[in-house]
Ligand binder design. Structure first.
Ligand SMILES: [Zn+2]
Length: 243
């Protein structure tokens, strides 16, 4: 299997696609992921197929029911494949639940003498609010002050992705990213700032389109040390020249 070509999403089965997305978050698109698909589950192949089939049937039936309840005709041509598309889409948008944290981190934590602040900012993400299951999206910025251990830079956007591809509230997602880094790296401190736009605000009720919500989580020195927090905030304000 070649891994260097973009995959055609529609040609893969939903389950293979799901596994592939989870793998991308765990190990990155650039790495070989041959073994992941071969990993034998505890269930038999038949049991797995039955469980997955039941999940697909359940979601598709629920979507058809919603279509009926809102006054639509699920059998009309334009909607005929909508339940199936919704099933595939939900699998994709919630694949963060199935990411294995240990596999994501695996081999990417390094002992170093470096003890200056590490900041990666403007990580784009798309998530779903758990109250309305509508998208919220924006960017996350993450900083930490290493205590002898750093994590591979490419892992941080994937940690964001792992938590974004679930039903979320922005506050909790911010906290989860900070807690994850704090527990895995034991740095002197962590700071996470997320700015996002919520479609449940923009589309429903009073029009508030364009409003951005900002949440932050600061742990350790980022909370207790004014200078550390100030340094982090200064990094976030600085614009990076595009190359
Ligand atoms: Zn909402």
């Amino acid at each position: 299997m070649t891994t260097d070509q973009p995959f055609d999403r529609d040609q893969l089965s939903s389950e293979a696609r799901d596994r592939r997305l989870v793998d991308e978050i765990e190990r990155g698109a650039e790495e070989d992921r041959e073994t992941a698909t071969e990993k034998a589950p505890a269930e038999t192949v038949g049991e797995v197929a039955a469980r997955k089939g039941a999940r697909q049937d359940g979601i598709e039936a629920a979507v058809r029911q919603i279509l009926t309840e809102i006054g639509e005709a699920p059998e009309r041509e334009g909607l005929l494949r909508t339940p199936e598309r919704m099933y595939k889409m939900w699998l994709e948008l919630t694949c963060g639940y199935r990411v294995d944290e240990d596999r994501l981190i695996n081999g990417a934590i390094f002992d170093v003498g470096y003890s200056e602040m590490v900041v990666i900012k403007g990580i784009p993400f798309y998530s779903l609010c758990e109250h309305h299951m509508l998208p919220f999206f924006g960017s996350a910025s993450v900083g930490y002050l290493p205590r002898g251990r750093v994590i591979g830079l490419s892992k941080i956007p994937r940690i964001v992705e792992m938590y974004a591809r679930r039903l979320q509230v922005q506050e909790r997602m911010t906290q989860q990213i900070a807690d994850f880094l704090q527990s895995r790296l034991n740095p002197y401190g962590v700071g996470v700032v997320i700015e996002a736009e919520h479609l449940c605000l923009a589309m429903r009720g009073v029009q508030k389109g364009g409003a951005t919500m900002v949440t932050s989580s600061v742990l350790g020195a980022f909370r207790t040390n004014k200078e550390t927090r100030g340094e982090f905030m200064a990094h976030l304000e600085r614009t990076v020249p595009r190359v």
